[in-house]
Design a binder for this molecule. Structure first.
Ligand SMILES: Cc1cc2nc3c(=O)[nH]c(=O)nc-3n(C[C@H](O)[C@H](O)[C@H](O)COP(=O)(O)OP(=O)(O)OC[C@H]3O[C@@H](n4cnc5c(N)ncnc54)[C@H](O)[C@@H]3O)c2cc1C
Length: 291
Protein backbone atom coordinates (compact mmCIF):
# COMPACT_ATOMS: atom_id res chain seq x y z
CA UNK A 1 0.00 0.00 0.00
CA UNK A 2 1.32 3.46 -0.84
CA UNK A 3 1.48 5.84 2.15
CA UNK A 4 -0.69 8.94 1.76
CA UNK A 5 1.29 12.20 1.96
CA UNK A 6 0.70 14.05 5.27
CA UNK A 7 -1.92 16.84 4.92
CA UNK A 8 -0.56 20.41 5.20
CA UNK A 9 -0.33 21.72 8.77
CA UNK A 10 -2.86 24.65 8.97
CA UNK A 11 -0.89 26.23 11.86
CA UNK A 12 2.19 26.62 9.63
CA UNK A 13 2.58 29.29 6.93
CA UNK A 14 2.47 27.79 3.40
CA UNK A 15 5.89 26.69 2.18
CA UNK A 16 7.30 29.31 -0.14
CA UNK A 17 7.49 28.09 -3.70
CA UNK A 18 10.98 27.90 -5.12
CA UNK A 19 11.37 29.87 -8.31
CA UNK A 20 14.19 27.67 -9.61
CA UNK A 21 12.90 25.65 -12.53
CA UNK A 22 13.41 21.92 -12.13
CA UNK A 23 16.74 20.94 -13.64
CA UNK A 24 15.78 20.08 -17.21
CA UNK A 25 18.85 17.84 -17.46
CA UNK A 26 17.07 15.05 -15.60
CA UNK A 27 14.52 14.48 -18.35
CA UNK A 28 15.17 13.40 -21.93
CA UNK A 29 13.60 16.12 -24.05
CA UNK A 30 14.46 14.42 -27.34
CA UNK A 31 16.68 17.31 -28.45
CA UNK A 32 20.34 17.03 -29.34
CA UNK A 33 23.40 19.23 -29.69
CA UNK A 34 26.30 17.71 -31.61
CA UNK A 35 29.61 19.45 -32.13
CA UNK A 36 30.28 19.06 -35.87
CA UNK A 37 33.52 21.00 -35.96
CA UNK A 38 36.24 21.00 -34.68
CA UNK A 39 37.12 17.58 -33.33
CA UNK A 40 39.25 17.00 -30.26
CA UNK A 41 42.50 16.63 -32.25
CA UNK A 42 42.05 20.03 -33.92
CA UNK A 43 41.10 21.73 -30.66
CA UNK A 44 44.08 20.21 -28.85
CA UNK A 45 46.54 21.04 -31.61
CA UNK A 46 45.38 24.49 -32.70
CA UNK A 47 42.70 26.17 -30.55
CA UNK A 48 44.69 26.94 -27.43
CA UNK A 49 47.73 27.97 -29.57
CA UNK A 50 45.54 30.33 -31.66
CA UNK A 51 44.08 31.98 -28.55
CA UNK A 52 47.48 32.08 -26.86
CA UNK A 53 48.99 33.74 -29.94
CA UNK A 54 46.28 36.40 -29.85
CA UNK A 55 46.86 37.02 -26.12
CA UNK A 56 50.66 36.98 -26.25
CA UNK A 57 50.91 39.19 -29.34
CA UNK A 58 49.52 42.01 -27.19
CA UNK A 59 52.41 41.75 -24.73
CA UNK A 60 55.34 40.58 -26.88
CA UNK A 61 57.88 41.85 -29.40
CA UNK A 62 57.75 38.44 -31.03
CA UNK A 63 55.77 38.24 -34.30
CA UNK A 64 52.50 36.26 -34.10
CA UNK A 65 53.56 33.66 -36.67
CA UNK A 66 56.54 32.72 -34.51
CA UNK A 67 54.44 32.58 -31.34
CA UNK A 68 51.90 30.36 -33.10
CA UNK A 69 54.56 28.04 -34.58
CA UNK A 70 56.21 27.62 -31.18
CA UNK A 71 52.86 27.11 -29.42
CA UNK A 72 51.86 24.35 -31.87
CA UNK A 73 55.33 22.78 -31.55
CA UNK A 74 54.88 22.59 -27.76
CA UNK A 75 57.65 25.10 -26.89
CA UNK A 76 55.49 26.76 -24.22
CA UNK A 77 54.43 25.22 -20.94
CA UNK A 78 50.71 24.29 -21.47
CA UNK A 79 49.79 25.41 -17.94
CA UNK A 80 51.38 28.83 -18.56
CA UNK A 81 49.46 29.14 -21.83
CA UNK A 82 46.22 28.32 -20.00
CA UNK A 83 47.05 30.76 -17.19
CA UNK A 84 47.56 33.66 -19.60
CA UNK A 85 44.38 32.77 -21.52
CA UNK A 86 42.35 32.50 -18.28
CA UNK A 87 43.53 35.84 -16.96
CA UNK A 88 42.87 37.56 -20.29
CA UNK A 89 39.33 36.08 -20.45
CA UNK A 90 38.66 36.94 -16.80
CA UNK A 91 39.78 40.52 -17.47
CA UNK A 92 37.13 40.76 -20.19
CA UNK A 93 39.55 41.09 -23.14
CA UNK A 94 37.15 39.07 -25.25
CA UNK A 95 38.51 39.69 -28.75
CA UNK A 96 41.26 37.11 -28.09
CA UNK A 97 38.69 34.32 -28.02
CA UNK A 98 36.84 35.45 -31.12
CA UNK A 99 39.51 33.72 -33.24
CA UNK A 100 38.14 30.21 -32.63
CA UNK A 101 34.73 28.91 -33.65
CA UNK A 102 32.51 25.90 -32.94
CA UNK A 103 29.84 24.51 -35.25
CA UNK A 104 26.90 22.58 -33.75
CA UNK A 105 24.06 20.54 -35.18
CA UNK A 106 21.04 21.39 -33.03
CA UNK A 107 18.26 18.89 -33.57
CA UNK A 108 14.70 18.38 -32.36
CA UNK A 109 14.32 21.69 -30.52
CA UNK A 110 11.00 23.50 -30.46
CA UNK A 111 10.32 26.66 -32.42
CA UNK A 112 9.85 28.26 -29.01
CA UNK A 113 13.50 27.54 -28.34
CA UNK A 114 14.78 28.49 -31.79
CA UNK A 115 13.06 31.86 -31.56
CA UNK A 116 15.01 32.56 -28.36
CA UNK A 117 18.27 31.20 -29.76
CA UNK A 118 18.31 33.33 -32.91
CA UNK A 119 17.95 36.48 -30.80
CA UNK A 120 21.73 36.22 -30.30
CA UNK A 121 23.28 38.43 -32.96
CA UNK A 122 26.95 39.01 -32.27
CA UNK A 123 29.52 36.38 -33.26
CA UNK A 124 27.03 33.69 -34.16
CA UNK A 125 25.57 32.31 -37.42
CA UNK A 126 22.46 30.17 -37.87
CA UNK A 127 20.85 28.11 -40.60
CA UNK A 128 17.45 26.64 -39.82
CA UNK A 129 15.18 24.04 -41.42
CA UNK A 130 12.69 25.95 -43.53
CA UNK A 131 8.96 25.65 -42.96
CA UNK A 132 8.49 27.14 -46.45
CA UNK A 133 10.49 24.63 -48.46
CA UNK A 134 10.06 21.47 -46.38
CA UNK A 135 6.68 19.77 -46.72
CA UNK A 136 6.43 17.97 -43.38
CA UNK A 137 4.90 14.50 -43.51
CA UNK A 138 5.38 13.81 -39.85
CA UNK A 139 6.04 17.04 -37.94
CA UNK A 140 7.12 16.32 -34.38
CA UNK A 141 6.38 18.51 -31.35
CA UNK A 142 7.81 19.07 -27.86
CA UNK A 143 5.54 18.25 -24.90
CA UNK A 144 6.35 20.34 -21.79
CA UNK A 145 6.72 18.34 -18.57
CA UNK A 146 4.13 20.46 -16.73
CA UNK A 147 1.54 19.37 -19.28
CA UNK A 148 2.81 15.78 -19.61
CA UNK A 149 2.62 15.25 -15.85
CA UNK A 150 -0.28 17.60 -15.09
CA UNK A 151 -4.06 17.21 -15.23
CA UNK A 152 -4.72 14.23 -17.58
CA UNK A 153 -7.79 15.91 -19.03
CA UNK A 154 -5.84 19.06 -19.91
CA UNK A 155 -3.04 16.94 -21.38
CA UNK A 156 -5.53 15.07 -23.56
CA UNK A 157 -7.10 18.32 -24.78
CA UNK A 158 -3.64 19.80 -25.43
CA UNK A 159 -2.53 16.77 -27.42
CA UNK A 160 -5.72 16.68 -29.43
CA UNK A 161 -5.33 20.40 -30.32
CA UNK A 162 -1.74 19.80 -31.44
CA UNK A 163 -2.66 16.66 -33.40
CA UNK A 164 -5.61 18.52 -34.93
CA UNK A 165 -3.34 21.36 -36.05
CA UNK A 166 -0.87 18.92 -37.64
CA UNK A 167 -3.69 16.99 -39.35
CA UNK A 168 -5.12 20.22 -40.73
CA UNK A 169 -1.65 21.18 -42.00
CA UNK A 170 -1.57 17.92 -44.00
CA UNK A 171 -5.07 18.60 -45.35
CA UNK A 172 -4.14 22.14 -46.38
CA UNK A 173 -1.09 20.84 -48.27
CA UNK A 174 -3.28 18.16 -49.86
CA UNK A 175 -5.71 20.88 -50.99
CA UNK A 176 -2.87 22.69 -52.78
CA UNK A 177 -2.21 25.40 -50.16
CA UNK A 178 1.53 26.26 -50.35
CA UNK A 179 3.70 25.04 -47.45
CA UNK A 180 4.60 28.65 -46.64
CA UNK A 181 0.91 29.32 -45.87
CA UNK A 182 -0.07 25.95 -44.38
CA UNK A 183 2.71 26.34 -41.79
CA UNK A 184 0.79 29.15 -40.10
CA UNK A 185 -1.12 26.43 -38.27
CA UNK A 186 2.00 24.94 -36.67
CA UNK A 187 2.17 25.24 -32.87
CA UNK A 188 5.16 26.81 -31.10
CA UNK A 189 6.06 23.33 -29.87
CA UNK A 190 6.88 22.13 -33.43
CA UNK A 191 10.38 20.69 -33.54
CA UNK A 192 13.05 22.11 -35.81
CA UNK A 193 16.75 21.69 -36.67
CA UNK A 194 19.53 24.26 -36.95
CA UNK A 195 23.23 24.58 -37.61
CA UNK A 196 24.89 27.13 -35.33
CA UNK A 197 28.45 28.40 -35.60
CA UNK A 198 29.71 30.63 -32.85
CA UNK A 199 33.01 32.04 -31.76
CA UNK A 200 34.11 31.25 -28.22
CA UNK A 201 33.37 34.74 -26.90
CA UNK A 202 29.77 34.59 -28.11
CA UNK A 203 29.42 31.03 -26.82
CA UNK A 204 30.54 32.06 -23.32
CA UNK A 205 28.13 35.01 -23.41
CA UNK A 206 25.19 32.90 -24.59
CA UNK A 207 25.98 30.17 -22.06
CA UNK A 208 26.13 32.77 -19.28
CA UNK A 209 22.54 33.77 -20.07
CA UNK A 210 21.13 30.38 -21.00
CA UNK A 211 22.70 28.23 -18.25
CA UNK A 212 21.31 30.67 -15.68
CA UNK A 213 18.44 29.17 -13.65
CA UNK A 214 16.28 32.09 -14.86
CA UNK A 215 16.53 30.78 -18.44
CA UNK A 216 13.64 28.79 -19.90
CA UNK A 217 13.99 25.04 -19.27
CA UNK A 218 14.38 23.89 -22.86
CA UNK A 219 17.09 26.36 -23.88
CA UNK A 220 18.82 25.74 -20.56
CA UNK A 221 18.92 22.04 -21.37
CA UNK A 222 20.30 22.82 -24.85
CA UNK A 223 23.19 24.79 -23.37
CA UNK A 224 23.88 22.00 -20.88
CA UNK A 225 24.29 19.69 -23.90
CA UNK A 226 26.44 22.27 -25.69
CA UNK A 227 28.67 22.60 -22.62
CA UNK A 228 28.97 18.81 -22.52
CA UNK A 229 30.12 18.80 -26.15
CA UNK A 230 32.77 21.46 -25.52
CA UNK A 231 34.00 19.63 -22.42
CA UNK A 232 34.46 16.49 -24.55
CA UNK A 233 36.95 18.30 -26.81
CA UNK A 234 38.49 20.62 -24.21
CA UNK A 235 37.77 20.59 -20.46
CA UNK A 236 39.82 23.81 -20.26
CA UNK A 237 37.67 25.76 -22.75
CA UNK A 238 34.50 24.06 -21.45
CA UNK A 239 35.23 25.40 -17.96
CA UNK A 240 34.39 28.93 -19.18
CA UNK A 241 30.81 27.93 -20.02
CA UNK A 242 28.89 28.72 -16.83
CA UNK A 243 25.91 30.76 -15.63
CA UNK A 244 26.90 34.43 -15.87
CA UNK A 245 26.89 34.83 -12.06
CA UNK A 246 29.84 32.46 -11.75
CA UNK A 247 32.48 34.69 -13.41
CA UNK A 248 30.70 37.85 -12.18
CA UNK A 249 30.70 36.69 -8.56
CA UNK A 250 27.14 37.95 -8.03
CA UNK A 251 23.67 37.56 -9.54
CA UNK A 252 22.29 40.53 -11.47
CA UNK A 253 18.85 39.07 -12.28
CA UNK A 254 16.17 41.31 -10.79
CA UNK A 255 13.84 38.33 -10.49
CA UNK A 256 16.32 36.77 -8.08
CA UNK A 257 16.30 39.62 -5.56
CA UNK A 258 14.84 37.14 -3.08
CA UNK A 259 17.88 34.91 -3.75
CA UNK A 260 15.78 31.82 -4.32
CA UNK A 261 18.58 30.75 -6.65
CA UNK A 262 21.54 30.42 -4.29
CA UNK A 263 24.43 30.02 -6.77
CA UNK A 264 25.78 33.52 -6.01
CA UNK A 265 24.56 36.39 -3.76
CA UNK A 266 22.37 38.99 -5.44
CA UNK A 267 24.13 42.22 -6.35
CA UNK A 268 21.78 44.20 -4.06
CA UNK A 269 23.13 42.25 -1.10
CA UNK A 270 26.73 42.70 -2.27
CA UNK A 271 26.18 46.47 -2.57
CA UNK A 272 24.44 46.51 0.82
CA UNK A 273 27.43 44.75 2.39
CA UNK A 274 29.76 47.21 0.67
CA UNK A 275 27.74 50.15 1.91
CA UNK A 276 27.78 48.80 5.48
CA UNK A 277 31.52 48.30 5.25
CA UNK A 278 32.01 51.83 3.86
CA UNK A 279 29.80 53.26 6.65
CA UNK A 280 31.75 51.43 9.35
CA UNK A 281 35.07 52.57 7.86
CA UNK A 282 33.85 56.18 7.72
CA UNK A 283 32.65 56.01 11.34
CA UNK A 284 36.11 54.75 12.27
CA UNK A 285 37.63 57.78 10.51
CA UNK A 286 39.05 56.02 7.47
CA UNK A 287 36.91 56.40 4.35
CA UNK A 288 37.23 53.57 1.82
CA UNK A 289 38.77 54.61 -1.49
CA UNK A 290 36.26 55.60 -4.18
CA UNK A 291 36.78 56.74 -7.75
C1 LIG B 1 16.16 34.85 -19.01
C2 LIG B 1 15.90 35.63 -20.28
C3 LIG B 1 14.67 36.20 -20.47
C4 LIG B 1 14.41 36.93 -21.64
N1 LIG B 1 13.16 37.48 -21.82
C5 LIG B 1 12.90 38.17 -22.94
C6 LIG B 1 11.61 38.77 -23.16
O1 LIG B 1 10.72 38.66 -22.33
N2 LIG B 1 11.39 39.43 -24.33
C7 LIG B 1 12.37 39.59 -25.27
O2 LIG B 1 12.13 40.24 -26.29
N3 LIG B 1 13.59 39.04 -25.09
C8 LIG B 1 13.88 38.34 -23.98
N4 LIG B 1 15.13 37.78 -23.81
C9 LIG B 1 16.13 37.95 -24.88
C10 LIG B 1 17.17 39.02 -24.53
O3 LIG B 1 16.56 40.28 -24.35
C11 LIG B 1 18.24 39.11 -25.63
O4 LIG B 1 17.64 39.54 -26.83
C12 LIG B 1 18.92 37.82 -25.89
O5 LIG B 1 19.29 37.18 -24.67
C13 LIG B 1 20.17 38.05 -26.75
O6 LIG B 1 21.22 38.48 -25.93
P1 LIG B 1 22.10 39.76 -26.22
O7 LIG B 1 21.28 40.98 -26.34
O8 LIG B 1 23.18 39.78 -25.21
O9 LIG B 1 22.59 39.53 -27.71
P2 LIG B 1 23.87 38.96 -28.42
O10 LIG B 1 23.64 39.03 -29.85
O11 LIG B 1 24.21 37.62 -27.84
O12 LIG B 1 24.96 40.02 -28.13
C14 LIG B 1 26.09 39.85 -27.35
C15 LIG B 1 26.49 41.19 -26.79
O13 LIG B 1 26.96 42.02 -27.87
C16 LIG B 1 26.55 43.35 -27.65
N5 LIG B 1 25.64 43.74 -28.75
C17 LIG B 1 25.04 42.92 -29.64
N6 LIG B 1 24.32 43.64 -30.53
C18 LIG B 1 24.45 44.92 -30.17
C19 LIG B 1 23.93 46.12 -30.67
N7 LIG B 1 23.13 46.17 -31.71
N8 LIG B 1 24.27 47.26 -30.06
C20 LIG B 1 25.09 47.27 -28.99
N9 LIG B 1 25.61 46.16 -28.44
C21 LIG B 1 25.30 45.00 -29.03
C22 LIG B 1 25.84 43.39 -26.30
O14 LIG B 1 26.79 43.68 -25.30
C23 LIG B 1 25.34 41.97 -26.15
O15 LIG B 1 25.13 41.58 -24.80
C24 LIG B 1 15.41 37.07 -22.65
C25 LIG B 1 16.66 36.47 -22.44
C26 LIG B 1 16.91 35.75 -21.27
C27 LIG B 1 18.27 35.12 -21.08
Amino acid sequence: MTAEPAPPDPTQPPRSKTGIPKNPGRRDLGLRATLLFPDRAIVEQFYVPVIYTACRTCYSEEVPEDIFRRAVAGDFDPSKMQKLISSVIESGHGSTIEHVVFTFAITGVSRTLSHQLVRHRAGVAFDQQSQRYVKFKDAATMLPQSIAEGDPDLRERYESQVDGALDLYGELLGAGVPGEDARFIFPNGTRTNLVMTTNLRALIHMSGLRLCTMAQWEIRRLFQLIRHEIFAVSPFLGSFLAPKCVPLGYCDEFKNRDEHCPIRPHKDRVLEAWSEKAGAAKAAGRALPTI
